[in-house]
Design a binder for this molecule. Sequence first.
Ligand code: M6R
Length: 332
Amino acid sequence: MGYGHEISPIIGLESMRDAGIEAMLIVACGTSYHAGLVGKCIFEELLKIPVRVELASEFNYYPQTLAKTLSIVITQSGETADTIKATRRLQEKGCHVLAITNVVGSTISRIADLTLYTQAGPEISVASTKSFIAQLVALYWLAMSYSISDVNRLANMLMSIRQLPNIVQQVLDNQSSIKQYGEYLAGFNNVFFIGRDINYPVALEGALKLKEVSYIHAEGYAAGELKHGPFALLDKDTPVIAIVAKDNTYEAMLNNIREIKARGAPVIALVENGNTPASEIADFIISVPKAGLIFSPIANSVVLQLLAYYAAEKRGCTIDFPRNLAKSVTVE
Ligand code: M6R
């Protein structure tokens, strides 16, 4: 047919072992790269193998060690020039490439060895939103398919994944509160987003979304890194959005919020079910429904997308078509 083959939904670990796979490589750009960074956490948790994530625009310019590596490229459009170049480069080195893409018949779907379609439907706006969420869900499914976890854990994960539409609906039902904070952010020129572990790439994505649609300068940071430089920028005019997950990073994140508060910056914390200790430390709280440990990026991402949307709306921006940007980046 000329299209990539749709991947079988269940590929057991045995087939990875049979193929001698000992590591994974994910290559992508922009929002798809952030999905790849979340994917790294998911795969390392469920498969217990090392995962590298590379920006396609960088990957294409340095030597690679790819022995025994499963390669995945992620691209909504399937037409991003750097990702296509990376795919060809991987194939030239003898790698089989699995593509996660949204667009049936796109260039990537035709050249990849296997294609997993995210089936998010056409995404018209330049900013990736629903396709990012669909990429995350595809990565969860893929990791569960390869997982060496026991049957009970997988059954629990399956239940959690089935709850995700309900979780997203709860976030949407809370829009009036998110709108209020989006409009608050519209009054600032600089915003930081911080997260840890699986929510660190969510912070990167929140910052990208805000800058892309509202033109507010935003930076995503690993929460523990602010003290290594960015503290110098913190004051009352630099709000920090902190993603607080109720996982092994919880106490460390609370300490990070205290450090930020001590430097005078306002903190808006995303907290699961409005949990109390974080509520007492941060200035403002956005309550996020509990999605289960490794699924928290879904709920948090939708909150951050809405924050960006309402900040941009308040500033009168053309939200779906930001200046200077194209939906598909077909040049290197
Ligand atoms: O189509 P792709 O996923 O390959 O696009 C990659 C980036 O150009 C894209 O995600 C970009 O960062 C978005 N506009 C972000 O919202």
